[in-house]
Ligand binder design. Structure first.
Ligand code: NAP
Length: 281
């Protein structure tokens, strides 16, 4: 197994499959379209959007960006979303989050029609992940982790896997996806007692915490596979994950870098979902 589990070759392999499928659709006169709904303007969303645009161009997917003012009401946001739901030319819808405080995020996301829900924003998609059925699409970040594990042939069956973080967008669905691969899964969170003892005893640790370098050397043992979902801009301008890379890397059998790990694969997964949605529709 490679020591550094870089996202770029994984993303390239996904993009190659996606471009082939998009080409097949093109021959049938269909151009896959992703619509991105944004309220206001945030620097982190701008970077994500730029990544989507670049990747979409590489795969013959069209991007439609709809930006409403930050002060837009819930009714205005829902009206814009419903227009995208009704538009047969739009195959996938992504709502950029977080949304301004006047918007009920869960309510708005739940209005996406299931067949266009390419990033698991609705209960039906999430139920599909938990039931192991293709009811919708898995969250792109969780699936990006699974794509990395598959690409680098990390064994999962019977392995002790710990997911640190239990959010509905990353940790919990990922735990279900690992379980579906016959891993023995432990989910940890902010109230977990003696987290380092649990992570040290694991074959695989996935960090999805949201705190820069929160998992240090005391959390790891030799020979583990470490996947870092976190991404944080530090005061000096550099990027860090949730794992203290300098402390963990010498111990690990394999580890994802930040940047250039999970984040590099997420956008490729999103666009693969858009093409799958277009094929299904
Ligand atoms: P979130 O909703 O804030 O959830 C964080 C989870 O971590 C919660 O379950 C929380 O526990 C747990 N946690 C917090 N501090 C902890 C600690 N000290 N020890 C153990 N568990 C702790 O975050 P998220 O949306 O899942 O995102 C997680 C990370 O992934 C963030 O860094 C985010 O930037 C990153 N992310 C990356 C991508 C990508 O494409 N690379 C995409 C999305 C998110 P409680 O439940 O007890 O509060």
């Amino acid at each position: 197994m490679e020591h550094l589990l870089k996202g770029a070759p994984v993303a390239a392999a996904i993009r190659e499959r996606t471009a082939k499928e998009a080409n097949r659709l093109k021959e049938a006169g269909i151009v896959p379209v992703i619509a991105v709904l944004e309220l206001g303007e945030r620097a982190d969303n701008a970077a994500y959007l730029k990544g989507i645009q670049k990747n979409a161009g590489l795969c013959d997917i069209s991007l439609r960006h709809m930006r409403l003012p930050e002060t837009a009401s819930y009714a205005q946001a829902e009206e814009a979303l419903e227009a995208l739901n009704r538009d047969p030319a739009v195959h996938g819808i992504l709502i950029l989050r977080p949304l301004p405080p006047q918007i009920d995020e869960a309510k708005l996301c739940s209005r996406i029609v299931p067949e266009k829900d390419v990033d698991c924003a609705t209960d039906l998609s999430l139920a599909g992940v938990f039931e192991g059925k293709a009811l919708g699409f898995a969250p792109c970040t969780s699936q990006a982790v699974m794509e990395i594990l598959r690409f680098y042939e990390v064994p999962l069956s019977g392995k002790k896997c710990t997911v640190v973080g239990r959010s509905l967008v990353v940790g919990r669905p990922l735990a279900m996806m690992l379980l579906a691969e016959n891993a023995t899964v432990t989910v940890c969170h902010s109230k977990t007692k003696d987290l380092p003892a649990i992570t040290r005893a694991s074959d695989l640790v996935v960090a999805a915490i949201g705190k820069a370098a929160a998992l240090g050397a005391n959390c790891f043992a030799e020979g583990q596979v470490l996947i870092d979902v976190g991404i944080h801009r530090l005061p000096d301008g550099s990027l860090s994950g949730d794992i203290d890379f300098a402390a963990a890397e010498p111990l690990a059998e394999a580890i994802t870098p930040v940047p250039g790990g999970v984040g590099a694969v997420t956008t490729a997964v999103l666009l693969a979902h858009v093409v799958q949605a277009a094929s299904r529709q």
